[in-house]
Design a protein around this ligand. Structure first.
Ligand code: ADP
Ligand code: TRP
Length: 345
């Protein structure tokens, strides 16, 4: 198949809640930039990991709508649906993902999964019974990546450990059974590819020691892509800062201010250096907040105008083409694994 020759860039965004600006900047924007600027050189896979959406409890009657909303957000963010190298799909429509997960499970140590900080965090916070699905989550994520031979996987900093596990399990099976999988590039090399020196971690506006997360309910600290420009403006103006009284980029001592500088750079498409040059050393936090609040409000207005115009029919058409192609592509990789472990002749 011709699309199997190009290096693959792949990422997924779960449909467990409204997407926020951290999801957009950490995962969505990098892949969409690649799809637009380097079209032709890469295969770009952007999918909804719907099976991952209920590793922690959700309202299942809202899942279909949430999946469609994520897909609409992909398009509003600029994903070119008419590009034949771009593939958009739902994980559960490609049953190979679940099948490979089971096989990989049997080569994964309990200790490896127990070490995953996201699992420890989420299991620690959960009021309800912690599911085996939550424990197993990184293995399904590894299957998502390996079945499509992805080299580059744009994700936020919180997913780094899962990417490292994906590389480990791919190398483990390759060493044992021969070259079954394309091993994703080392994480540091991936950051360089996406023009960064480290993984992105946008912080909660109210509690800047924590990452902005849609799994949290500190609504005032999170800028959702569906917030009205006015709501977002207010949230930024009342963001938690510090009492040092001097703008400086230092995530250790001034996490709130550093977060505002990072957001301003990313949303306005400027470099962090440029934004730092403008604001560092100032003794008032107000001008930085106002600049970010205005820029964010404008960004959201534009984004939501685009969101309102998204044509669901074109999404459904793209899904049916991509899901057929991806079933074929993933099916070939799964078959080679099934043969390697003795399930097929
Ligand atoms: P959440 O933690 O908000 O529930 P997910 O775990 O579904 O979000 O993450 C979807 C994608 O967005 C992942 O690639 C994740 O790394 C990225 N992401 C989530 N939160 C942030 C953040 N605060 N900053 C940067 N990237 C983030
Ligand atoms: N684990 C990712 C998250 O919570 C979502 C995800 C599932 C993913 N499978 C993936 C991301 C494969 C990248 C590649 O955000």
């Amino acid at each position: 198949m011709k699309h199997m020759n190009k290096p693959v860039i792949l990422t997924g965004l779960r449909a467990n809640n409204n997407l926020h600006i951290g999801n957009y900047l950490g995962a969505l924007l990098p892949i969409i930039d690649m799809a637009r600027k380097r079209a032709g050189e890469y295969q770009v896979n952007l999918f909804v990991p719907d099976l991952h959406s209920f590793t922690t409890p959700i309202d299942h009657s809202a899942l279909q709508a949430a999946i469609m909303q994520n897909l609409r957000v992909f398009v509003a963010a600029g994903l070119p649906l008419d590009n034949p190298d771009v593939h958009v799909y739902r994980q559960s429509y490609i049953p190979s993902h679940s099948e490979l997960t089971w096989i990989l499970d049997c080569f994964t140590g309990m200790g490896e999964m127990n070490r995953m900080t996201q699992f420890k965090d989420k299991a620690g916070k959960s009021q309800e019974q912690v599911s085996v699905g939550l424990f197993n989550y990184p293995v399904l994520m590894a299957a998502d990546i390996l079945l499509h031979r992805a080299s580059y996987v744009p994700v936020g900093e919180d997913q780094t450990q899962h990417l490292e596990f994906t590389r480990d399990i791919a190398e483990r099976l390759n060493n044992r059974f021969g070259e079954l999988f394309v091993v994703p590039k080392p994480v540091q090399e991936q950051h360089k590819f996406f023009g960064k020196d480290q993984g992105l971690r946008i912080r909660d506006l109210q509690e800047p020691s924590k990452k902005m997360s849609k799994s949290e309910d500190s609504r005032r600290g999170i800028i959702y892509l569906t917030d009205t420009p006015g709501q977002a403006h207010k949230k930024i103006m009342s963001a938690e800062t510090d009492s040092l009284g001097k703008v400086a980029y230092d995530a250790g001592t001034q996490p709130g201010i550093s977060n505002l500088l990072t957001l301003l750079a990313l949303i306005s498409g400027r470099t962090l250096d440029d934004v730092q040059n403008e604001y560092e050393g100032r003794t008032q936090y107000g001008p930085l907040k106002t600049a970010l609040a205005d820029t964010m409000a404008e960004f959201l207005q534009d984004f939501q105008d685009k969101l309102a115009k998204v044509d669901e029919k074109s999404i459904l058409n793209k899904l049916s083409v991509s899901e057929k192609q991806m079933n074929e592509q993933a099916g070939q990789v799964l078959l080679s694994v099934q043969k390697a472990v003795g399930l097929r002749e």
